[in-house]
Design a protein around this ligand. Structure first.
Ligand SMILES: [Zn+2]
Length: 83
């Protein structure tokens, strides 16, 4: 599993290209709902060949929910525990 350090904000998923259409594999359609317009812009994962997979905002939120505030608060607390 490789991580792109510039994309650390979101959890990246690996998708099986067998289950995707050509448009989805090319990043032209949402990987979840197949919507092509507006073009999906949120990178939610990759294919085994490292191609990027995109989703529309609604589907991306369902796939990779943004970290809730509690997580950030917990992180600050953890940092404070190690001076
Ligand atoms: Zn979608």
């Amino acid at each position: 599993m490789s991580w792109d350090p510039t994309e650390k904000a979101r959890i990246m998923l690996t998708f099986d290209p067998e289950g995707l259409t050509g448009a989805q594999r090319d990043g032209d359609a949402c990987v979840v709902c197949h919507k092509k317009w507006p073009r999906p812009r949120i990178r939610v994962g990759t294919l085994p060949n490292r191609a990027r997979v995109f989703a529309c905002p609604d589907c991306a939120e369902a796939l990779c929910p943004s970290p809730p505030e509690e997580v950030l608060t917990a992180h600050v607390r953890t940092s404070a525990a190690f001076p």
